[in-house]
Design a protein around this ligand. Structure first.
Ligand code: 2U9
Length: 348
């Protein structure tokens, strides 16, 4: 390919371009690119210098002189710029003066926070935390807990059956557990007394969804078994728990109740802190708030796990976590916990 004939005008343009590029190079590697572009073997200047012998003698002297001047002045500018860049401190790769980007900090769901608060009340009393499966055999959810097939309280819970073949047909079908109590049965089957355990977890009941009911909620249950565990121990432990969770001024009362798995059984109320017993909307004008249920473990439950009810006694208790979290925070609708609305969750 024949190149265009060089002219003095072209050399002037090249000079201006090359010197500007050398001045503007911001790093040593940019400067090297400038050198290659304007002085390299494939550069226009090298081409011009190579073409000198073929130029008419009249132009050769002028073009040759100007081309060599360009080469010399570009060499000099590159050298000056190279020295300046080498002496300058390297541009910082991290600008510590820039404003930082905020770290979005996560937090525990309010229900998890309340579960932790409940568990930590019992840990100093020697209780340990155990968890178990949410899909449970009928045997553990009902029979071992003294809830026989024809018991009315069984009918209202045995709905969430799983369409899975049971891995142990002798223990019945599989269903979503209606309480965490089957975990205590599993623990007693594998450990000898004495034991003190706490069982937090999700439970499932066929309740229609409204402001105070959900088909899924959380429980914390507890169980203590020893050779001489009495109802006095039960009262002492639960009164300590309620004072630790709700404040030392908290007063509790135990009302007789019925549960199939405990005998005797009681429901536990605390004096309403909002109205101090006078009656208000929080306590439905009763002055007392129902907080939990409890009782002495039924002898049939001990028999089911192979404990001798003449040698050991125990107490058990259970509470709904959402109800307690609602009382702690003044929340009036349980559904808020499960909607994943950050405007709600970020308040806790
Ligand atoms: C075993 C033996 C006994 C657990 C107990 C309660 C009383 C109770 C309710 C509170 C509100 C359930 O979430 S709720 O609706 N629970 O009142 N639970 S005694 O008794 C047991 C558990 C396991 C082996």
């Amino acid at each position: 390919m024949t190149e265009p004939a060089p002219s003095l005008q072209e050399l002037e343009q090249l000079t201006a371009q090359a010197l500007a590029a050398a001045r503007e190079a911001a790093t040593l590697s940019e400067l090297e690119q400038v050198r290659i572009r304007f002085l390299g073997r494939k550069s226009r200047l090298s081409e011009i210098l190579r073409s000198l012998p073929h130029l008419p003698p009249a132009q050769r002297a002028d073009i040759g002189k100007r081309a060599n001047e360009l080469k010399a002045s570009l060499d000099a500018s590159l050298a000056t710029r190279r020295q300046a860049l080498a002496a300058a401190p390297a541009p910082p790769s991290l600008d510590v003066t820039l404003p930082g980007s905020a770290v979005v900090q996560g937090r525990l769901h309010p229900i998890s926070q309340t579960i932790h608060a409940i568990l930590s009340c019992f840990l100093p009393l020697g209780f340990e935390v155990v968890e178990g499966p949410e899909a449970e055999f009928e045997y553990y959810n009902f029979d071992a807990l003294n809830i026989p097939r024809d018991h009315p309280s069984r009918e209202s819970f045995d709905t969430f059956f799983l369409e899975l073949p049971s891995s142990d047909p002798a223990k019945g079908r599989l269903l979503l557990r209606s309480h965490t109590s089957p975990v205590q049965i599993r623990v007693m089957e594998s450990l000898k007394p004495p034991l003190r355990i706490l069982v937090p977890g999700k439970v499932f009941r066929p309740d229609p969804l409204d402001a105070s009911h959900s088909f899924m909620f959380h429980q914390v249950e507890g169980l203590m078994v020893d050779e001489r565990t009495s109802f006095a121990d039960l009262k002492g432990v639960l009164e300590r728990f309620l004072k630790t969770l709700f404040g030392e001024a908290t007063r509790a009362r135990f009302r007789p109740h019925f549960f199939p798995f405990t005998e005797p059984s009681a429901e536990v109320d605390i004096a309403c802190a909002s109205c101090v017993g006078r009656g208000c909307s929080t306590c439905a004008q009763k002055g007392w708030l129902e907080i939990m249920g409890c009782g002495m473990v039924h002898p049939n439950v001990f028999k089911a796990v192979g404990y001798d009810p003449r040698r050991v006694q125990g107490f058990a208790f259970g509470m709904g976590v959402e109800r307690i979290a609602m009382l702690q925070h003044g929340i009036t609708d349980i559904r808020l916990f499960f909607e994943n609305d950050l405007r709600f969750l970020e308040q806790f």
